[in-house]
Write a protein that binds this ligand. Sequence first.
Ligand SMILES: C[S@@+](CC[C@H](N)C(=O)[O-])C[C@H]1O[C@@H](n2cnc3c(N)ncnc32)[C@H](O)[C@@H]1O
Length: 233
Amino acid sequence: MADHVRRLSTEKNVAQVHSFHSFIRSTDADDKSKVATLYDDWTSYDEDVQKVAYKGPSESGVMVSQYCKDKSISILDCGSGTGLVGEVLYPHGFKNVTALDISQKSLDIAKAKGVYSRLICTQAGKHQMPFEENEFDALVCVGCFIPGHMNQEVFPDWLRVVKPGGYIFLIMRTSYLQEGEFKGQFDQAIQTHVDAKRWVKVEARVIPEYFDMFEGVGFVFKVLIVDKRLEDL
Ligand SMILES: C[S@@+](CC[C@H](N)C(=O)[O-])C[C@H]1O[C@@H](n2cnc3c(N)ncnc32)[C@H](O)[C@@H]1O
């Protein structure tokens, strides 16, 4: 077990979770194995994030239920990790949820929870995800837009796999918007797709105390495009 994970597992306190966050922010999004190993080794993820009252998954349940009234829709949980989002969506009645993550060990934990219809281990962002155009009615991505993890590079592929009229829910820590690969580029990427009428930004909801004392933001986009030839993106 990696040192940073051992420290977290043994001491298990909030300060450790914060120091872990400093660590994960230093990872390199181009290095697939590094991010995967980080989460493969983090076996106490669920209990550690509970200690800081992580609200991302519960907020995703609120947002998806608000916008998606048909519970039979197909949803992609992009960056599902250990399945905390699936655990919230399932009792809300959403039982057709696909989990995608770069960490196979996280997906193994998610699978054991019995809340996903399908689990796929792959990296989102660098390559197309293994899904058909318009395969999903909605997509949720919670807590994955962290420096060195996933970023706005995934937007074109999200637009490809979500049907016109479908929703994309993106929940993240607000302060990350001013850091690293997000600074300036995140807003610009959103606006590019707004201007091209590929999606509309329906809202950006403030989530107080999203992760301990840190504020979060929950974006909702509605997909507009019918023509999915996105080579120009
Ligand atoms: C902080 S966890 C959040 C997991 C879950 N959504 C939650 O809210 O508990 C971030 C997850 O993103 C995954 N991840 C990071 N970059 C990824 C990428 N490019 N493609 C797929 N998964 C990725 C990690 O493996 C990890 O499980």
